[in-house]
Write a protein that binds this ligand. Structure first.
Ligand code: PTJ
Length: 249
């Protein structure tokens, strides 16, 4: 591991880059993942590398959806696995969700490397390798999912998803929670709950909200009210305003 002093003004950003680089070296992250990370970083810089209030509200709405779900699944790709594997395992435990590896550039090798990496970080079951289900409307390789995972999920968390697949998943009538730093991306626009935040902040934040709601004894009705009050279009507008003005929207 490289040593980055925590006092460095770009500490988080350097740590993130290092994790992605390591992910590529370990065969977890695709080379395209490096480009995706660069794109995300630019938006994070414009947002002030912080969780804006509307993203925090979105994370709370996401937590409520996950607690209400019958079959919640968290989808993991090569970037997510490299950046926050432990946090994904913790979120899955907090809301009793399954974890499924789901890749845009799918190879068996990378599927296995990511599943092993998640198990090293405490996951017991990792779905995605069976691939006996399909997302209708997208080409074969990219459509593969587990029938008893994303295939039959009612709520899916898809961090950093490609626009086509986000659209196709939305068309399957699932509640789709997208984490994407670009509020203008197609994925963010088709999401039931778009969280415009870095996955390294958003994933632990959803878990913290889920635990707070559970500890406060939130009822089904209260969770449903949180879900109903959330306005996706308004959250995206707030994120754009924050980017343009450099302040709190
Ligand atoms: O591992 P694979 O094969 O499934 O491939 C994963 C990538 C991410 C390479 C693939 O899905 C892809 O090409 O995605 P895109 O179309 O580049 O979209 C990535 C989106 O995620 C962009 O809108 C970025 O702004 C955003 N993004 C990148 N890094 C982060 C992020 N959002 C939140 N947190 C990040 N750390």
């Amino acid at each position: 591991d490289i040593e980055i002093p925590e006092s460095h003004p770009r500490y988080q950003s350097l740590l993130t880059r290092h994790r992605i680089e390591e992910g590529v070296e370990k065969g977890i992250t695709s080379r395209q993942g490096l480009i995706a990370q660069g794109r995300g970083e630019a938006f994070d810089y414009l947002l002030g590398e912080r969780t804006i209030p509307s993203a925090d509200e979105a994370a709370r709405a996401a937590a409520a959806h996950l607690l209400l779900a019958d079959r919640p699944v968290i989808s993991v790709n090569g970037n997510v696995a490299a950046l926050c594997p432990g946090e994904i395992v913790d979120l899955a435990a907090a809301v009793d969700a399954d974890i499924e590896v789901n890749l845009f550039n799918r190879t068996d090798e990378r599927m296995r490397a990511i599943a092993d990496h998640l198990r090293d970080h405490g996951a017991d079951e990792v779905k995605g390798l069976t691939a006996d289900g399909r997302i209708p409307g997208i080409d074969h390789e990219r459509a593969k999912v587990d029938a008893d995972g994303i295939g039959s999920a009612d709520v899916v968390v898809v961090p950093l998803e490609d626009g086509d697949r986000a659209e196709a998943l939305g068309a399957m009538d699932k509640v789709e929670i997208v984490v994407d730093l670009n509020p203008m991306s197609r994925s963010a626009r088709v999401a039931t709950v778009p969280i415009v935040d870095n996955i390294m902040r958003a994933v632990p934040n959803i878990a913290a909200h889920a635990r707070d709601l559970r500890d406060a004894g939130a009822t089904r009705e209260e969770l449903e009210a949180i879900v109903a009050e959330f306005d996706a279009a308004e959250a995206l507008e707030a994120a754009e305003r924050a980017i343009r003005s450099g302040s709190d929207e």
